[in-house]
Design a binder for this molecule. Structure first.
Ligand code: IVH
Length: 678
């Protein structure tokens, strides 16, 4: 689409408005209703249209335009933001006695002996924010700061897709919404892995990552981080006020805000609060995000008003803290780990200690800059932290406990395994082993190559890889495919059957999908997600190997650093030789044919639901795509077919109510390959 006029005519303004409304609506369906009706790619297409239009006519840009999610120009510094009402903090309760005392205080203050109704909410461990909505439009987002004045981070918060830029359904004239911005544990692990791969210091916990992402002066950096929000209250409100906190949360959800209603409980008295706390503590490990406690609030808002606030904390709420994920122990020694990219990282050997229910005897120290920053010494008393099931890290040294016998941790100059000199590039935080044939690097490369997300060679675990190296049976990844049965017989306790199984697993891996092979090669910055993108885009390893930097950065989600890393991997003679070897040895991923092979479902939208027996959901979706159709996750009036397996539920009901054609698996197969499936 191209535009030439300087000012948008009415048609273009209407188009802009329509696109904005569509994007808001799809966002609401995706984040609030959890029932998208278009794919991510289609959403991106609409957004691109809107961006093009706004580029041509900047006067169309409004604070609520969905374009604001992309991130605009960087700031020099954040402006101050005065809160409409102070952002308070909470008093803490550490046990049930503290909770009973809280309840007693409330009853005394209200001069009542009637039981108090409480709302129990998860206490998310993220960053507190205040969102101001004027006539339903997000006009400002601010950090807590000192509680009275925070920092204006509107540009950054607008990039978070689960923050509505525009409220829905009967919202008040003005409202200051309070919530917590956080990052899921899975995203935290993924981003930290990328940082480790890049030789950067990982974040100690999801909270630090969320805080770091929000405090970027360049909103495009924030936009690249998968931040989420959970809203739990309000500050200033002009409009109808609900009677209870529960009603307030329900209303907020109706306006399109993310509220954690699933984990919130309304209970009749303080004893029920105590059991609610126990239950939430038990659910803690299953949650996809980190919580550090439960917040208890008096449910009736008139009681809240009567109770009022002390200097900085309300009398009507309290935070019940969970046992900390931190523990104190002694740093006994430091061992060096050599990764597959040659990165040498220090790992602390600790006196074993229980951290929130898990025994921990080693923790990451990340790199020597970090050791210096922490001022860590051998013999030091240290605080370690474990977030979710993430690798524990040393976060602080308890210097007051020093005895004077602590020893410095020297920077290594040579690889602890192959003794090659280590080199640290100016822009890196870790030294790297330069030994091309370093056994430690090879070992890590082999482990990665055989791993589940890689070539998935079952049975080829650490123990056998160690033996392969010790017996000098492999000096490159390709050598795995040269192994013979008699080689394996040199292993300790290797039987005929086991050897056959291992060889079969190795041979079976030759036809893994291209994405697995790309990931398995262990190219820096190329995790499984990027590998899938590359496989989808290039379709063959040869094409990827010849791809130029420009072609790579043209792919959505691939930046310059990743492109550089891919190009330099495939330029290295040693890696070219490896690819040639692998091909010669028969490693041949099936070609990724993304083009439809038929058109029996051209232009049709198909939803697969229920438990399917003749194919998996993924295979079914592939079949739809091969016939030129589109597989969708939710049923709407635009759905052409619903393929229903056994136990199909609400999607089937919806299809029936909308009069959408419902097919059995057999009928579906018959539709796409008539006559072949009897
Ligand atoms: S209520 C007056 N509810 O915990 C009410 N806070 O000191 C004050 N937090 O940083 C906050 N989840 O951002 C409340 N469900 C929840 C919460 C919550 C997390 C954070 C809040 C603040 C700290 C309280």
């Amino acid at each position: 689409m191209t535009f030439s006029a300087e000012t948008p005519d009415e048609k273009l303004s209407t188009l802009h408005q329509r696109l904005s409304e569509q994007l808001h609506d799809h966002n609401y369906r995706y984040h609030t209703l959890d029932a998208p009706t278009i794919s991510d790619a289609e959403y991106d297409q609409l957004l691109q249209q809107l961006l093009q239009l706004e580029q041509q006519f900047p006067q169309l840009v409004t604070p609520a335009s969905p374009s604001q999610r992309v991130g605009s120009v960087p700031l020099d510094k954040f402006a101050a933001a005065v809160h409409g009402e102070p952002m308070l903090s909470l008093e803490n309760a550490f046990n049930s006695d503290d909770l009973i005392a809280f309840d007693t205080r409330i009853k005394r203050f209200l001069a009542t002996s009637t039981e108090i109704e409480y709302l129990c909410e998860p206490k998310l461990d993220g960053v507190a924010v205040a969102l101001t909505y004027n006539k339903g439009v997000l006009i400002r987002a601010a950090t807590r700061g000192d509680g009275t004045i925070g920092e204006d981070i509107t540009q950054n918060v607008r990039t978070i897709r689960s923050v509505p830029l525009q409220l829905h359904n009967d919202f008040p004239d003005l409202v200051e919404v309070r919530g917590e911005i956080y990052i899921d544990l899975a995203d935290f692990r993924r981003l930290n892995q990328l940082r480790r791969d890049a030789g950067e210091t990982p974040f100690a916990n999801p909270r630090n990552l969320a805080a770091g992402s929000l405090r970027q002066l360049d909103p495009r950096l924030t936009a690249a981080r998968p931040l989420k929000i959970s809203c739990y209250g309000i500050g200033k409100l002009i409009g109808k006020a609900p009677q209870t906190h529960q009603q307030l949360l329900d209303n907020m959800a109706k306006w399109g805000l993310q509220v954690n209603l699933v984990q919130t409980r309304c209970v009749a008295n303080i004893h029920a609060v105590i059991s609610s706390y126990q239950q939430l503590l038990e659910r803690r490990e299953q949650l996809e995000y980190e919580i550090d406690g439960m917040v208890v609030k008096v449910n009736h808002r008139d009681m809240q008003d009567e109770l009022g606030v002390k200097s900085r904390t309300p009398r009507w709420a309290i935070a019940c803290k969970f046992p900390p994920r931190q523990a104190e122990t002694i740093l006994k020694s430091v061992r060096l780990q050599v990764g597959r990219t040659g990165a040498v990282t220090p790992v602390a050997n600790l006196i074993s200690v229980n951290v929130g229910g898990v025994n921990v005897s080693s923790a990451s120290l990340h790199n020597w800059d970090e050791i210096e920053r922490l001022d860590a010494h051998i013999g030091d008393t240290v605080i370690i932290e474990r977030a979710g099931d993430v690798i524990p890290a040393v976060v602080r040294v308890v210097k007051e406990k020093r005895t004077g016998t602590e020893q410095t941790i020297p920077r290594p100059t040579h690889c602890p395994v192959c003794n090659s000199p280590l080199v640290q590039e100016a822009d890196e935080v870790v030294p790297r082993c330069q030994g091309i044939d370093c056994p430690a690097r090879l070992k890590e490369s082999l482990k990665h190559f055989c791993s589940r997300g890689g070539m998935d060679i079952q049975g080829m675990g650490d123990r056998y890889i160690d033996q392969l190296l010790r017996l000098n049976l492999v000096s490159s990844i390709a050598d795995l495919y040269r192994l013979r049965k008699e080689d394996l017989f040199q292993f300790e306790r290797m039987g005929d059957k086991l050897a056959d199984n291992l060889l079969a697993a190795i041979a079976g891996s030759k036809n893994r999908p291209l994405a697995n092979l790309i990931y398995a090669l262990g190219i820096r910055h190329v995790g499984s997600h990027t590998a899938r993108l590359l496989a989808g885009q290039f379709g063959s390893l040869d094409k990827l190997a010849d791809a130029a930097h420009e072609a790579l950065i043209g792919i959505h989600e691939i930046g310059s650093q990743v492109a550089d890393s891919i190009v330099s991997f495939f330029t290295a003679a040693k890696n070219r030789a490896l690819l040639a070897d692998l091909t010669e040895l028969g490693v041949a991923p099936p070609s990724e044919n993304r083009q439809p092979t038929g058109k029996l479902l051209k232009g049709k939208t198909v939803v697969l639901t229920g438990s399917l027996e003749r194919f998996t959901r993924k295979e079914g979706e592939e079949l739809v795509m091969q016939q030129g159709g589109r597989a969708s996750g939710s049923v709407s009036s635009k759905t052409d077919y619903v393929v229903a397996g056994t136990g199909a539920g609400s999607k089937l009901d919806k299809a029936r109510s909308l009069g959408v054609a419902v097919l059995t698996e057999d009928e579906f197969l018959e539709l796409i390959a008539p006559g072949e499936n009897q």
